[in-house]
Design a protein around this ligand. Structure first.
Ligand code: PMP
Length: 389
């Protein structure tokens, strides 16, 4: 077992064995290790020690599965950042926001056998779990029905309910998406996993009926499996709560304790400014460097994101997305994933996001080493393109 997180070019127990010049740049997963240096600097204030006797019960002393203190911290953080309205809203916790994706679909679906199943939709390119989960659970109350654009003119049939996943900012392309379908039969689930100043300007606090957040992309603790939903309607809240209680009896108390400690550390440091400054600076720097490297290319292009006013930083900020959504421009490069793979760059093919394979998603939120290797491979690729060797 390695004692540290090795990057893709080093292995062994101490990550000291070079795997060779042919090693691949791994930009596949959305593992937010870029925040590890921040937590190394805040090791003491974020540490948790759990004694053997602590929190053994299924429930907290009020009989619930939810820590009230943690809930208060979450509301306070949203108020500080100004990225979501939580006053008068219900909050529930999930085992990552992954659990809450399906809890929300369940809660918004019809529950009488006389109604047709709800159609679950999303706009390509979209995060694959919306489709894979919905299909995997294979429920009678809802079915995955593909791209939102297919149903744009089709909502007049008022017996069918639509559940639209809206990812804002979007994974993979970082766009601040809005719901496309509207009407009495349409419900939206706003996935705000990346709606933090690390990755996007915050133009205004989000105030949607169902909003999902996760600690994975906020503090970087993807392994703790902690997410939350902010919900307006009491009936929807009750149904999501039931889902979480029936499937897992809530989120582990250890996870809630760790999340509390982390949010506490975030809020203590300069009223939550420190982590956002660090994360924004890191992501902005990566984006600028990748952009300037690829600006020399006619073969590859990146998504365009305009600078925008951020109410959190109180200034216009330049883009700092979590992912590069790279396009292979040459006619013959239809399989962009393989083009990059041949240059030892491992990304995620456009097809995984229900988009063309002319696109590839590259994760920019991994370790600094991973990013440097990625940039190095692109530099070599561009030297070849521009005949430098
Ligand atoms: N939504 C989006 C858009 C994501 O990118 C991810 C993680 N990659 C999730 C939800 C799930 O996050 P988690 O289960 O770790 O909270």
């Amino acid at each position: 077992q390695p004692v540290c997180e090795c990057n893709s070019c080093y292995g062994g127990r101490h990550c000291s064995e070079f795997l060779g010049a042919g090693c691949a740049a791994n930009a596949v997963s959305g593992d937010p290790i870029f925040l590890e240096p921040y937590w190394m600097k805040h090791a003491a204030s974020s540490a948790v020690l759990v004694s053997g006797w602590h929190r053994m019960s299924y429930t907290y002393s009020d009989g619930s599965y939810i820590s009230q203190v943690l809930e208060k911290h979450i509301r306070k953080l949203h108020a500080h950042v100004g990225n979501a309205i939580t006053d008068g809203r219900y909050i529930i916790f999930g085992v990552g926001s992954t659990q809450l994706l399906n809890a929300a679909v369940h809660a918004l679906s019809p529950h009488t056998s006389s109604e047709p199943p709800a159609k679950v939709i999303a706009s390509a390119p979209f995060y694959a779990s919306y489709r894979t989960q919905t299909e995997f659970f294979n429920a009678v109350d809802y079915k995955f029905a593909g791209d939102t654009s297919l149903w744009k003119n089709n909502t007049s049939d008022n017996t069918t309910k639509f559940i639209e996943f809206v990812t804002s900012p979007n994974n993979p392309d970082g766009k601040l998406n809005k719901a496309i379908l509207h009407g009495p039969n349409v419900k939206a689930i706003y996935d705000h996993a990346y709606y933090w100043p690390h990755f996007t300007a915050i133009p205004a606090p989000a105030d949607e009926d169902v909003m999902l957040f996760t600690i994975s992309k906020l503090t970087g603790h993807a392994g703790s499996r902690f997410g939350w939903a902010v919900i307006k309607d009491e009936a929807v809240y009750q149904r999501m709560l039931e889902y979480v209680q029936v499937s897992t009896k809530g989120v582990p108390r250890e996870t809630q304790l760790r999340a509390l400690k982390l949010l506490n550390a975030v809020l203590e440091e300069g009223e939550a400014k420190e982590i956002f400054k660090f994360a924004y600076k890191t992501m902005r720097n990566r984006w600028e460097r990748l952009n300037s490297t690829l600006s020399m290319s006619k073969r590859f292009s990146l998504q365009k994101i305009a600078p925008q006013f951020c109410s959190f930083f109180q200034k216009i900020r330049v883009p700092s997305p979590a992912y590069a959504w790279l396009k292979c421009e040459r006619q013959e490069d239809k399989d962009c994933y393989s083009v990059l793979k041949a240059a030892n760059i491992d990304g995620s093919a456009g097809g995984n996001f229900s988009a063309e394979d002319r696109y590839v998603r590259l994760s920019l939120i991994k370790s600094q080493d991973d990013f440097e290797i990625l940039l190095d491979k692109f530099t070599k690729l561009l030297d070849e393109e521009n005949g430098a060797r």
